[in-house]
Design a protein around this ligand. Structure first.
Ligand SMILES: [Cu+2]
Length: 137
């Protein structure tokens, strides 16, 4: 009998933990509410991972899954990084604390051209956990 109680309790704890994890996964978007944020892979996933046909941008930083992807890119002075939003939440792209993109909705993008070598921190006004680094040589 006590053993069975423990099993039931573990089950409840697991269920609650699962719910908390689910809630955390949806965090940051008060308006999202009951709408599941986790979606199956978009059909354009293969296109996103393919090398862009044009070479205007030496690197692309994607705002996806509430993160900048990749978190680190390396370019040379004079080259351009394209910061783009590929998901529903609004993001910004700040370079060393300066917002250069304004509010970006899904599909928006902003190019940034490096004029001096150094390490540049990329952040978002709305999501402190979002961070990337542009290394310019
Ligand atoms: Cu953001």
């Amino acid at each position: 009998m006590p053993k069975r109680d423990r099993i039931v309790r573990i089950g409840v704890v697991a269920a609650v933990t699962g719910l908390l994890a689910l809630a955390a996964a949806c965090g940051g978007s008060p308006g999202a509410g009951s709408t599941p944020q986790v979606q199956s892979k978009p059909t354009g996933a293969s296109a996103a991972s393919a090398t862009p046909a044009h070479t205007d941008h030496a690197a692309v930083i994607d705002q996806l899954d509430m993160a900048f992807k990749p978190a680190r890119v390396s370019i040379k002075v004079g080259q351009t990084v394209l910061i783009k939003n590929s998901e529903a939440p609004i993001h910004t792209g700040n370079i060393n604390g300066k917002n250069i993109t304004g509010n970006m909705k899904k599909g928006d993008s902003t190019a940034w051209t490096a004029t001096a070598p150094g390490e540049y921190k990329v952040t978002c006004d709305y999501h402190p956990q979002m961070s990337a680094t542009i290394v310019v040589s």
